[in-house]
Design a protein around this ligand. Structure first.
Ligand SMILES: [Zn+2]
Length: 471
């Protein structure tokens, strides 16, 4: 398991100048290598590989005294980074979705990270048993580190990172043994990610995970900082300071959110053995709604602004990131984390399995078959948990089955797949492993009988339901 650590660096002013020079030289190398690839393709239709470029690195370092200051390994990492940018570009071209976006030249101040392998041009923890931890970077020397937690495992890479204009960090990737799993609690939970402003998520046990929405609180501060920045003259010292203020607000929000999400994820992972959540399609959610022509040359409202508001709160909540954090924590704690397709989980009754688009009425879920009522998010969370458990069972069944058939083939026994694992009567039945869904398991309760007034049309059951409650 790879775990990363990030510590603040405190370089001397001389070291800071050198760090800046290092980033800039790496940036120039990146741009030069990009230029070479572009030209080669434009003129001769030939592609240049990472291998070719890194073999030139020796000569580059010999001729240019500026590059010779820095380690070969670090410079090679920068070339590898360009290679990764090209590979991603080719992947996008092959996928053919949207504009692929050719790798771009990095402008001044837009190249912030240099990576080394530990022991190759950079070394973590150079002075053993010292009060102050230091990291050695070739060409710069030993830089002071504020190490706020112990590092365990074998440090593989040492990255130097700049944030804003003058905050420096070292990011370590350490290889660790898998930690001993947390003791089993015998519980499982489903998570439904909430929409809009009503929290981050709900669990199948009815717990609510709040969305801290620090973005909202900081929005006015950010707006002030942005206005101040806009008033400043380009290239002035004052402008630099104003820009720092904008970055500071962003960083603060990011850190607060990180901290909150990590704590929330940790609570879940420490309490439950199995955690099921939905598979996210963030790209789909954030996309703009399609325009709806009204037939007279104009456009009908398409829910654009409502969608923008929702997008904002999706980004605010950082769902994708939340799920990533849960996955990582679950993995290191030996917990199961399952993601399922959430289709129909909000339309299906968690009590009887009846599915209907009109089951939902706003925040409440009201089943039109058995009149089961629940909070819509909690109902969905229960369905998500069920789907996850079904998927888990199905996967285990497949594994068991293949093991048994392999064994039976070896031993000449004829065990047919369906005999390998008898269906348990108390478990829900599912349509398929692709779309595990609950079929009616419990007998639906009979419909309540109402006398409809002869003169009116048959009312909509949900409306009727509300009317009865109003009386
Ligand atoms: Zn029902």
């Amino acid at each position: 398991m790879i775990r990363s650590y990030k510590f603040r660096l405190y370089p001397t002013s001389k070291q800071e100048d050198l760090l800046r020079a290092m980033l800039d030289d790496h940036r120039l190398l990146y741009n030069a290598a990009l230029q070479e690839r572009r030209e080669a393709w434009k003129r001769a239709r030939t592609g240049i590989s990472f291998a070719t470029q890194s073999s030139q690195l020796k000569d580059v370092r010999a001729d240019e005294s500026d590059y010779a200051r820095w380690s070969y390994d670090g410079l090679a990492w920068t070339l590898r980074r360009l290679e990764a940018a090209f590979q991603a570009f080719f992947r996008r071209v092959r996928a053919g979705a949207g504009k692929p976006g050719y790798p771009r030249f990095k402008g001044v101040g837009h190249f912030d990270t240099v990576i080394h392998r530990n022991g190759n041009g950079a070394k973590w923890g150079t002075i053993p048993h010292s009060v102050v931890t230091k990291v050695y970077i070739m060409g710069i020397g030993h830089i002071k580190v504020r190490q706020h937690r112990p590092v365990t495992g074998r440090v593989k890479t040492v990255a130097i990172k700049r944030e804003g204009r003058a905050r420096w960090f070292v990011v370590l990737a350490a290889e660790q043994e898998l930690p001993s799993p947390l003791p089993k609690t015998g519980t499982m939970i489903g998570i439904d990610l909430a929409t809009g402003s009503n929290g981050l998520a709900y669990t199948s046990l009815g717990e609510r995970i709040d969305n801290p929405a620090y973005g909202k609180a900081s929005r006015s501060r950010l707006a002030d900082a942005r206005r101040a920045l806009a008033r400043c003259q380009r290239g002035s010292k004052r402008r630099n300071k104003a820009r720092d203020r904008v970055t500071n607000v962003h960083r603060k929000v990011r850190n607060q959110r990180q901290d909150y999400l990590h704590k929330a994820a940790k609570r879940l992972v420490s309490r439950y053995d199995v955690i099921v959540a939905e598979k996210l399609n963030t790209a789909g959610l954030v996309r703009r709604p399609a325009p709806r022509p009204d037939g007279t040359g104009g456009y009908k409202p398409n829910g654009g602004s409502a969608k923008t508001g929702l997008n904002q709160s999706i980004l605010d909540a950082g769902w994708g990131h939340f799920l990533d954090v849960i996955r990582a924590k679950a993995e290191s704690a030996g917990r199961e984390f399952i993601q399922v397709d959430p289709t129909y989980t909000s339309q299906t009754c968690s009590a009887c399995g009846y599915r209907d688009a009109t089951n939902r009425s706003g925040k409440m879920f009201v089943c039109l078959s058995c009149w089961h009522r629940d909070d819509a998010d909690i109902n969905a969370a229960i369905n998500i948990l069920r789907a996850g458990l079904a998927l888990r069972d199905a996967t285990q069944a497949v594994v068991t089955r293949s093991r048994i058939t392999a064994k039976s083939q070896r031993e000449g026994l004829a065990v047919r797949p369906h005999e390998a694992r008898p269906l348990q009567a108390d478990r829900p039945l599912f349509l398929s492993t692709e779309q595990p869904y609950l079929l009616a398991r419990r007998e639906p309760r009979p419909h309540p009988v109402y006398e409809y007034p002869a003169h009116s049309d048959r009312p909509h059951p949900v409306l009727l339901f509300i009317e009865i409650h109003a009386i």
